[in-house]
Write a protein that binds this ligand. Structure first.
Ligand code: PBE
Length: 268
């Protein structure tokens, strides 16, 4: 029975991220649904999760992490999602842009740019990889903006310029959102003349912030599944500008060298 000790080898741990992340709630549900009550979901952060993955990978040790796409870890390591036959993690999703009520009347150019903002997983991946390679997020974002003139132009063409008007974007320190939020900040500042403050917070305060008007916008709403609870709680207090990136995914991720295929196999 080669898999008899999978749980034990893993120290009965699933390496999670910040407790407010939607993937943490989904993973708690998965632990229930797949009868993995021996396992503990370890709280931490996106950075702690990738550090644990890096360490295990170098030693070819088994590890299970909460994972999502787009993410640079899939270019750096050979990884696989565990099958989720009970569909706890949902299917393909999108990342939406959500703005506070009245942003349209208060800051029409910013609103229009945020409404137009849309890019691909490849675009986001380039920024994420540059940051992972040691670039500061603002530098990686500025480089991407420079290299993608025509895309950026479509987001800002014909819009009035602001002169130093202040805006606040809230985000969580997930690698994907560090990339997108910095690109949007760069475009609002360089192309439209706003002065943008980034508020790095947890997922709950991020949603509460845009709902309460403390933040003007977020580009970090994973829907319909991952942030469903937050969306349901705040949907009447915000304006949903629709997807800015399509085809995301969340789930449990392991190194390809691990001899398991499904979340069910963690039980063996
Ligand atoms: N994530 C990345 C987030 C959304 C973006 C999948 C870690 C979450 O689980 O809430």
């Amino acid at each position: 029975q080669k898999d008899a000790s999978i749980g034990k080898e893993l120290n009965y741990e699933i390496i999670g991220i910040d407790p407010g992340a939607g993937i943490m709630k989904a993973t708690a549900e998965a632990i229930e649904a797949y009868g993995l009550s021996d396992f503990k979901l370890v709280e931490g952060s996106g950075a702690a999760m990738t550090a644990a993955l890096d360490k295990a990978y170098k030693d070819k040790k088994p590890i299970v992490v909460t994972g999502w796409t787009p993410h640079w870890k899939f270019s750096k390591y050979d990884l696989k999602y565990l099958d989720d036959p009970k569909n706890i993690y949902g299917g393909d999703e999108q990342i939406h842009t959500i703005v506070r009520k009245n942003l349209k009347t208060d800051h029409p150019s910013a609103y229009a740019m945020l409404d137009r903002f849309e890019w691909t997983a490849d675009d986001m991946g380039k920024v994420m990889l540059a940051v992972n390679d040691g670039k500061k997020p603002e530098e990686a974002a500025a480089d991407w903006v420079k290299e993608n003139e025509s895309k950026v132009k479509a987001w800002v063409e014909g819009l009035d310029k602001a002169s130093g008007t202040k805006l606040k974007l809230a985000y969580v320190a997930w690698d994907s959102e560090i990339a997108s939020t910095n690109v949007v900040k760069t475009v609002l500042e360089q192309e439209l003349g706003y002065k943008v403050e980034l508020l790095q917070v947890e997922a709950g305060p991020m949603w509460a912030g845009v709902a309460g008007g403390d933040a003007d916008a977020i580009v970090a709403a994973w829907l319909p599944t991952t942030h469903q609870d937050y969306y349901n709680k705040y949907k009447d207090q915000v304006e949903d500008l629709g997807p800015n990136l399509k085809g995301t995914k969340i789930g449990l991720v392991v190194p390809a060298y691990m001899d398991i295929q499904s979340i069910e196999d963690l039980n063996q």
